[in-house]
Ligand binder design. Structure first.
Ligand code: ZN
Length: 659
């Protein structure tokens, strides 16, 4: 999930203060750099115009005037920033992607200018009079955000805070943009592809020199590491993968950590992590550390059992082997799944082609939530992009794009990008940017899970973007450590036979057998312990980096932080931190995925009890958890749905399921 707004996630609603021009629709077709620049000029000048007007406004400060104008301005900045990041990810030319990058930095700077505006802060603080609970929460959160940005500093201090925040956003964007640019390639002989699925071999023909080119994006990397029998090929590919964006991002990351540290100290915090966590459910480094400790205690015994099973399987392949290497992990895990649980990933793969999976995911939403999804006839930037509209009892409630397949220079992971916050009469618009095979191309079961995960963010943006008074509270505007929970919970449905039987069919039209899904369910808990320990390791990297200025050797520090948890730490030459994109946007808070999984497991208990496809439970979930968006603290959303406070018990129980 991308959060589109760095400092203050702000908003819209009709404001009597200015007659604000309507925000133009997003650029589709094939936007050029010149069009993106022009568009960015509009957003930046509109932001400046509204900011100046709000600074000069007089008379009593009220929710209806002052806060409404503030929210409108935030909507301009939020939508402008969301679009800019989107153009950086999906544009068709390097020039247009660079224009998106540049605009992202500009919009972030507009956000910082707003959050350092003393006159606006004073106006917001002066708002008196009755306000409903969501509005009170809004005021509280916004005043906190002003304070964290450095509003209490004198003029020189605020100028310094602005300069540092601008540098941070510049470094953030550069760090993220360097990752796809830092893509690497290796070549392999046709014989080395032994073990890979036939459709992979067919789509990777040797060049005139007889060699096959493999790129370090997921569509090549995951299948090769999972299926290639040749340990040499896997090791060679792993090595390149660990060096993506290195050394290009090394100085960028060092500066990023140091500037954030400086900024945190300028606003009176001991380190950036402390500043970064203040508006979270877990709002201090100590609380985050305590979460990591609790999860470690639950996951480590499971991880140790996983490791034993994997090592035993490796020893069958390589008698005398004493140690599992990182490039063996996926390959050996697949063998254990097949031999100990009877689950063959390659067999499952035959049932998941892109087109049917997409239709199945759309149908699942229609069944669960009673909505209709129809094609949206609108210009697109690439012929493979798809567009849809969502209707609820005949009423249009959202629009979205799927940009699902790899292209040169495109964003290389999967994410959901909110493009328009749903507020007042404005309909939410969002996009999924992914890298999946196209058409009848076969997907791993894990790809189906990723698709549904990202789609979960999109649903949150749409369901949480109805009838909202404030753009600031629309859609995914909850605390960051809750944001992943709805998506992670939805991942469970790709293990549900009743869901899969609707779309998982092989090339001959045969539906996925129930026994295969049962085996998949038995195998799903295997390696969960090791996988979660690896994630705790990454969370620790993100936390430790931001507790002080940057260490001299970033790679060594990252590997050491990861080693504390990960049972299979990266090789000594790894520089994975340079391609760890979350270190930019998420800063110290990669742990949010871990907190969200604890929440997701807990929320899921209710569906498990009432039935995954029970419409009443789904409706209640939509009404109590998704629809409120950011109008309530996340802890209350959880309690409203479960009837009790959040508990880690469901996560603990999950870690016991593979014995
Ligand atoms: Zn996500």
């Amino acid at each position: 999930m991308r959060k589109t707004f760095a400092v203050l996630l702000l908003a819209s609603s009709a404001s009597p203060l200015f007659a604000a021009p309507a925000i133009p629709p997003i650029l589709t077709g094939v936007p050029t750099a010149a069009e993106i620049n022009k568009r960015c000029d509009w957003f930046a000048s509109e932001s400046e115009r509204q900011r100046t007007a709000l600074e000069k406004s007089t008379g009593p400060a009220t929710v209806e005037t002052t806060l409404a104008a503030f929210d409108k301005l935030g909507e301009v900045i939020g939508n402008g920033g969301g679009e800019a990041g989107f153009y950086r990810e999906v544009s068709m030319t390097p020039e247009a992607r660079a224009a998106g990058e540049k605009c992202e930095v500009r919009m972030s700077s507009e956000g910082t200018k707003l959050s350092l505006s003393r006159p606006i802060y004073e106006r917001i603080k002066a708002i008196k009079g009755p306000a409903d609970e969501p509005t009170q929460l809004y005021l509280k959160r916004v005043l906190g955000a002003f304070e964290r940005a450095g509003i209490a500093l004198d003029d020189a201090g605020r100028a310094k805070a602005q300069a540092l925040a601008d540098e941070v956003s510049n470094l953030n964007t550069t760090f993220e943009a360097n990752i796809p640019k830092g893509q690497r390639m290796i070549t392999a002989t046709p014989a080395e592809l032994d073990g890979l699925p036939q459709d992979f071999i067919d789509s990777h023909k040797p060049g005139p020199d007889g060699k096959i080119t493999l790129r370090t994006d997921y569509t090549d990397y995951i299948p090769v590491l999972t299926y290639a029998k040749s340990p040499e090929l896997r090791q060679r590919f792993y090595r390149e993968y660990q060096l993506r964006a290195y050394p290009a991002n090394d100085d960028v990351l060092r500066n990023l950590i140091n500037k954030r540290d400086e900024l945190a100290k300028l606003v009176g915090r001991p380190n950036y992590a402390t500043l970064n966590f203040e508006d979270r459910m877990l709002n201090s480094p100590q609380e985050v550390q305590s979460l990591l400790d609790q999860m470690n205690a639950a996951a480590r015994p499971a991880a140790e059992r996983d490791m034993e099973k994997k090592l035993a399987a490796l020893q069958k392949l390589q008698p005398g082997a004493t140690k599992l290497e990182p490039w063996d992990n996926a390959y050996v895990s697949r063998i254990v799944q097949k031999e100990s649980y009877g689950y063959d990933r390659q067999e499952a793969r035959n049932y998941f082609n892109y087109d049917q999976t997409r239709d199945g995911i759309l149908k699942l939403t229609e069944d669960m939530f009673g909505v209709d999804i129809r094609p949206w006839n609108t210009p697109k930037w690439d012929k493979l992009v798809e567009a849809y509209e969502m209707y609820d009892h005949g009423k249009l409630i959202g629009r979205f794009y799927f940009d699902s397949h790899p292209r040169d220079g495109k964003y290389e992971h999967a994410n959901a990008v909110p493009l328009r916050a749903g507020v007042g009469k404005t309909i939410p618009v969002a996009a999924l940017v992914m890298n999946l095979p196209a058409g009848k191309g076969l997907m791993e079961h894990g790809d189906v899970e990723t698709f549904l995960h990202e789609y979960g963010h999109l649903l949150h943006a749409i369901f949480g973007g109805q009838d909202q008074r404030w753009a600031y509270q629309s859609g995914v505007a909850t605390e960051w450590d809750f944001v992943e929970a709805p998506s992670q919970m939805l991942e469970n449905w790709v293990y549900d036979y009743d869901t899969l039987k609707g779309f998982a069919q092989d090339a001959s039209g045969k539906t996925i057998p129930r026994e295969l899904v049962e085996k998949m369910n038995k195998a799903r808990y295997f390696s969960l312990g090791m996988d979660d320990m690896a994630q705790l390791g990454l969370s620790n990297v993100s936390l430790q980096y931001y507790l002080q200025p940057a260490p001299a050797d970033l790679g060594a520090a990252a590997r050491a932080s990861r080693d504390k948890y990960d049972l299979l730490p990266p090789a000594s030459y790894s520089q994975f931190q340079d391609a760890f994109g979350h270190l930019a946007g998420y800063g110290a808070a990669y742990y949010t995925y871990r907190q969200s999984i604890v929440i997701a497991d807990d929320l899921y208990t209710k569906f498990e009890a009432k039935g995954l496809r029970d419409p009443a439970t789904a409706a209640e979930y939509r009404r109590l958890v998704l629809a409120p968006g950011g109008t309530k603290p996340a802890a209350e959303l959880i309690e409203d749905f479960l009837g009790r406070p959040l508990s880690i018990d469901a996560y603990r129980a999950k870690m016991q399921k593979d014995q």
